[in-house]
Design a protein around this ligand. Structure first.
Ligand SMILES: [Zn+2]
Ligand SMILES: [Zn+2]
Length: 423
């Protein structure tokens, strides 16, 4: 029998067999290749796991977890909890002060506490995870697993007092917000019952007592035993631990050089438009100094005779020891374009530079290059900005204006919420 091409049936059958065998060979080859790849990938995976485990073991033996330090030994630690001077309710004026190696922090103003502290805790935890660190500062109990519990524990047991420079709300709302939860605790989370200090001028503390913790707009957390008022006045030099009370009870004790032991604070009354404000000069056992200003500057609504802000600042400049002065924290609320009538007791870059030149002149120096000046209380620009409407970031404008006017070689720092500054 033949087909249309004249092939015999036997030939066709043989051709079919050859074709079938050929396909089976290809299929078999594919199967073998798949098995080979599978075995290869399996070996690579096992090798990968082996190398990873070996490296981890090697790292933990050769590089055991190291304690994380905030800043270098001997340096001072400043943690911005809030850097703005208004509008942003989660980033208002507040800084923590400590020394490298210390477990305790002092709050300087209290516009934002919890949000800033949360940012700081999260940032440290990232560093710990990435760099294989332990961190004694955060040795919170095992039950503190959420970021709120961990931040709460740091706030309760590590912030040991609040210096409040003046009673405006942008310097106090953070303290008001945390007050119901702000008390020293033991490892079970039970209150230890001793109060934290709120420290300030009598005019500041009277305002807090009568207008905030008054049992009407907010509960009186002082009468509940959460806080105690500690009055300081203009020119007073105080021993810091005695202002803070017994904060080491059930917490690690302090050595003689541990912050805040043997630190003194000098209080200066300053002018903030119609209101008394303050500057606090901290002097450490090694004679280093750090100077914190709450709001101060050019008045708008009162004659200059009411409170001479430049005279008050002159008294502050005279009291510092420039050689030992590590850092000044001071506000620059507005750019240079804001007129005096819109200043309401604040500073512009040109006002700050003028004051720093006064400081250099009275100390008889031409340079302040050893000095770090941390710029705080910047007010975000919300309106049309006339000088350059397309670049209306207040921080950037103030930074540019200060850089252009910096004839003294000052190191200006523009702090970021939650990110430590070392001086
Ligand atoms: Zn303010
Ligand atoms: Zn103010």
């Amino acid at each position: 029998m033949k087909d249309a091409n004249g092939k015999e049936a036997d030939e066709l059958l043989e051709e079919l067999h050859r074709d079938f065998d050929g396909r089976r060979c290809v299929a078999l080859r594919h199967k073998r290749t798949k098995v080979a790849f599978g075995v290869m990938f399996g070996l690579i995976a096992i090798l990968g796991v082996f190398i990873t485990v070996s490296l981890l073991l090697f790292k933990s033996v050769i590089y055991p977890p190291t304690p994380l330090q905030l800043c270098n030994p001997g340096e001072y630690v400043i943690i911005p909890l809030g850097t703005n001077g208004g509008v942003t309710e989660d980033n208002l004026s507040s800084f923590l002060l400590s020394k490298a190696g210390s477990l305790y922090f002092l709050a300087l103003d209290a516009g934002t506490i919890f949000t800033g502290l949360t940012r700081f805790v999260q940032q440290i935890q990232t560093q710990m995870a990435e760099n294989h660190h332990t961190f004694e500062l955060f040795n919170y109990p095992d039950w503190a697993v959420s970021i709120e519990q961990q931040t709460g524990w740091v706030m309760r047991n590590r912030i040991v007092g609040y210096f409040v420079g003046h009673p405006h709300l942008d310097h106090l709302t953070g303290l008001m917000a945390v007050a119901p939860e702000d008390y020293y605790v033991d490892t079970n989370g039970t209150s230890l019952g001793h109060p934290k200090s709120i420290i300030g001028l009598s005019s500041t503390l009277n305002a807090i007592e009568s207008d905030l913790f008054n049992g009407i707009v907010w509960a009186d957390f002082v009468s509940f035993g959460r806080y105690q008022y500690q009055v300081v006045e203009d020119g007073m030099v105080s021993d810091l631990p005695s202002l803070l009370g017994n904060f080491t009870q059930n917490n690690p004790p302090l050595g003689p050089l541990d912050f805040p032991n043997n630190v003194t604070v000098t209080t200066h009354q300053t002018c903030h438009d119609t209101l008394n404000s303050s500057a606090f000069l901290f002097t450490f056992p090694d004679t280093a100094q750090i100077l914190f200003f709450s709001d101060t500057g050019v008045p708008s609504s009162v004659p200059l005779t009411y409170c001479n802000w430049t005279e008050r600042l002159l008294a502050v400049w005279k009291s510092v020891n420039l050689i030992n002065l590590k850092a000044i924290l001071i506000e620059v609320s507005f750019p240079n374009s804001v007129p005096d009538s819109g200043m309401f007791g604040h500073l512009r870059p040109k006002d700050l530079m003028q004051q720093l030149n006064v400081l250099a002149n009275i100390k008889g120096v031409k340079s302040l290059s050893t000095l770090t000046v941390i710029i705080e209380h910047i007010k975000p620009i919300l309106d049309y900005y006339p000088t350059n409407p397309f670049h209306s970031d207040a921080r950037q404008i103030i930074q540019n204006e200060l850089t252009l006017a910096n004839n003294l070689g000052v190191k200006f720092v523009f702090p970021v919420q939650g990110q430590q500054v070392c001086v």
